[in-house]
Design a protein around this ligand. Structure first.
Ligand SMILES: CC(C)(COP(=O)(O)OP(=O)(O)OC[C@H]1O[C@@H](n2cnc3c(N)ncnc32)[C@H](O)[C@@H]1OP(=O)(O)O)[C@@H](O)C(=O)NCCC(=O)NCCS
Length: 185
């Protein structure tokens, strides 16, 4: 399984997290209980830390990486990636230098960029681009390029987001001994 140390920092992955041997997890990365990382996903904790909560799924070809902060032309710092629990990061999404709170769905091929915050219980629609620094209030649906809020997440949609994360936990478990492996095994 390509879980690699970088500059003395080795990923800390809960033994009951499920990781694909085809994923790449490097450096200052932590992943919580019951979360899953599917083939082709890359979590590169080199410039800044990456934290992922519990029962979160990171699907095929998603990329998580720290952000760059410039003052003028000068690179001055980096921003971490913080992802909460019961989050879906769907196929091909890019989550870069930003914070995603609990019970959020990041849709297929969406981009969430540096210092953006996706508030608890929100949905980022398929293909949306959440620009640098955008603060998405809790329980918002945002779509488009650049992303704009179009409506609120009602109780039904909120339950759907959470149920989707729980469904993915069960789905990932069904692939253990197939293309996913418990980190503790
Ligand atoms: C954003 C989303 C939740 C909206 O679904 P919905 O609640 O059924 O809302 P609607 O279809 O009524 O859409 C509301 C408006 O947003 C637009 N819209 C919906 N999804 C959009 C998207 N991804 N990009 C751009 N516009 C979108 C609709 O055209 C509609 O516009 P209108 O009011 O001008 O007609 C859904 O389209 C979506 O992208 N879900 C994510 C799916 C996904 O990636 N799941 C992960 C699977 S592993």
């Amino acid at each position: 399984m390509p879980i690699l140390e970088y500059k003395g920092k080795r990923p800390k992955i809960h033994p009951e997290a499920m990781i694909s041997p085809q994923a790449l997890i490097v450096g200052d990365v932590e992943i919580g209980r019951g979360s899953s990382v599917f083939p082709g996903a890359v979590l590169r904790g080199d410039v800044a830390r990456i934290r992922v909560g519990e029962y979160t799924n990171i699907q095929e070809n998603a990329v998580l990486h720290g952000g760059d902060i410039y003052e003028g032309s000068k690179l001055v710092s980096h921003t971490p990636v913080e992802v909460g629990s019961y989050v879906t990061i769907a196929h091909g999404a890019v989550v870069h230098g930003c914070r995603v709170e609990d019970t959020v769905m990041i849709g297929v091929r969406a981009v969430v960029f540096n210092q953006a915050v996706i508030g608890e219980g929100s949905i980022v629609g398929m293909g949306a681009v959440v620009l640098e620094g955008m603060k998405v209030p809790p329980r918002s649906v945002v779509v488009g390029v650049p992303a704009k809020a179009v409506k609120k997440v009602d109780d039904v949609a909120y339950s759907m987001i959470r149920n989707h994360a729980l469904f993915y936990h069960r789905l990932a478990k069904s692939h253990v001994s197939g293309f996913l492996t418990y980190a503790g095994s």
